[in-house]
Design a protein around this ligand. Structure first.
Ligand SMILES: Nc1ncnc2c1ncn2[C@@H]1O[C@H](COP(=O)(O)OP(=O)(O)OP(=O)(O)O)[C@@H](O)[C@H]1O
Ligand SMILES: [Mg+2]
Length: 376
């Protein structure tokens, strides 16, 4: 039997819950040609959300082409241009012949060799001296706009894991090039999303940076417990198993509404359940989850300094006054300047993050492990 929960893959269809407000805003932006920047910590559901908004538009609107580019394994400018060109051509060509004619019509300065994959008619790659092209990428950067205009359509280009441009040799120069072209586009808008909040904030909100005020800035939050309760109950019911509202709530609360972990923990509970969730199945499942990742947590903790660990202890204890004399003394943090340094370094390591209600430990299971096993 298929298991009813999904994690580590994009949540689509019935595996997707909530996010109405964010989804509608994305849809509005896509339809009105407004650029969007979407930021959240890892595994909170950015990619699933953008895909959801896109597929809802696709089912109604056929005057809008949506292009996806994932920078996940792209580490340099050349590969970025290659991915951009290939994905734009792919999204705007429904048939094989169209790939060829679009390439002919729109890639005049840089004429690529097209290689089709033997297994799939839709798959192809463009052969070019991308290193040479890098010196003059204008045609590629305007490719989407030129195609959209000539077809009298609109286009949205969604760039996932956008923070990876930081790996490029000269990220600032690339940003300048992208911005100078993209801001002139009338028929194409952009949705740029990723998880390194600090780096992305710098790129999009610092007035000295090329992408300053490029579009709407959207911060995704976790999913509230009251959405998880009916979701979890329904997923159990759909496989002939039962879980009460209270139990479903407990699952969501234990992992603080973290989308990936709620699905994972629910799955572990589901696997241990015969007909109805009973006894301390949920606690056992949570313990199983913590232990399953404990080796990784051990490794993370060993890589930290003593004062970084003390700082985490302070967060685990629920302290909000991070740099009072009393806490600096109690947790042996040295000085308030040192507290700022520690905070910065833990944020850079993506272990903690600043939210509207203070600092949080990003991984709720790590937080649980620290409390139950490490600081015990
Ligand atoms: N709307 C949702 N409803 C239910 N589960 C969700 C939802 N969004 C995300 N999830 C869960 O969270 C997991 C991670 O989602 P997704 O890959 O979309 O996040 P992400 O923010 O893009 O992560 P990353 O930063 O690693 O790319 C999914 O596999 C799924 O288990
Ligand atoms: Mg993602």
């Amino acid at each position: 039997m298929d298991t009813p929960f999904v994690y580590g893959k994009l949540a689509v269809g019935k595996n997707f819950t909530d996010r109405e407000t964010e989804k509608n805003q994305l849809i509005r932006n896509f339809l009105s040609g407004t650029n969007t920047i979407l930021i959240s910590p890892r595994r909170w559901g950015k990619s699933s959300l953008v895909l959801k908004a896109a597929s809802e538009i696709n089912s109604k609107e056929n005057n809008l082409m949506i292009v996806f580019i994932d920078l996940f394994n792209i580490r340099n400018e050349e590969d970025f241009y290659k991915a951009l060109a290939e994905n734009v051509i792919r999204a705007s060509s429904s048939r094989l012949e169209e790939v060829v004619s679009n390439v002919k019509q729109f890639m005049k300065q840089w004429v690529p060799r097209i290689t089709f994959s033997p297994d799939s008619q839709q798959e192809f790659s463009l052969g070019l001296n991308w290193n040479e092209l890098k010196k003059q990428p204008d045609e590629i950067l305007d490719l989407a706009e030129n195609i959209a205009r000539s077809k009298e359509q609109k286009m949205v280009i969604c760039v996932d894991e956008f923070q990876n441009i930081a790996f490029f040799e000269d990220p600032l120069a690339v940003q300048k090039k992208l911005r100078s072209h993209w801001q002139t586009h009338q028929s194409v808008s952009y949705c740029l999303y990723g998880s390194k909040r600090h780096m992305l904030m710098e790129v999009f909100t610092s007035s000295s940076m090329p992408f300053y005020k490029f579009g709407d800035l959207l911060f995704l939050s976790k999913i509230a417990v009251n959405f998880w309760i009916p979701f979890i109950m329904e997923r159990f019911r759909s496989t002939g198993k039962a879980i009460s509202a209270k139990q479903a709530e407990k699952i969501a609360v234990l992992v603080e509404g973290h989308p990936y972990y709620v699905q994972q923990l629910a799955q572990l509970v589901w696997l241990r359940t015969n007909k109805a969730v009973s006894g301390n199945i949920i606690d056992q499942a949570m313990e199983g989850l913590v232990l399953q990742i404990s080796l990784l947590f051990q490794g993370i903790t060993e890589s930290l300094t003593t004062s970084q660990i003390s700082f985490l202890k302070m967060l685990v204890d629920g302290e909000k006054r991070y740099s009072t004399g009393e806490n600096i003394h109690k947790y042996n943090l040295g000085s308030s300047a040192n507290v700022i340094r520690i905070k910065k370094s833990l944020i850079a390591k993506e272990i903690i993050d600043e939210q509207s209600n203070g600092l949080i430990i990003l991984d709720p299971v790590y937080s649980s492990w620290l409390r139950k096993y490490y600081f015990k």
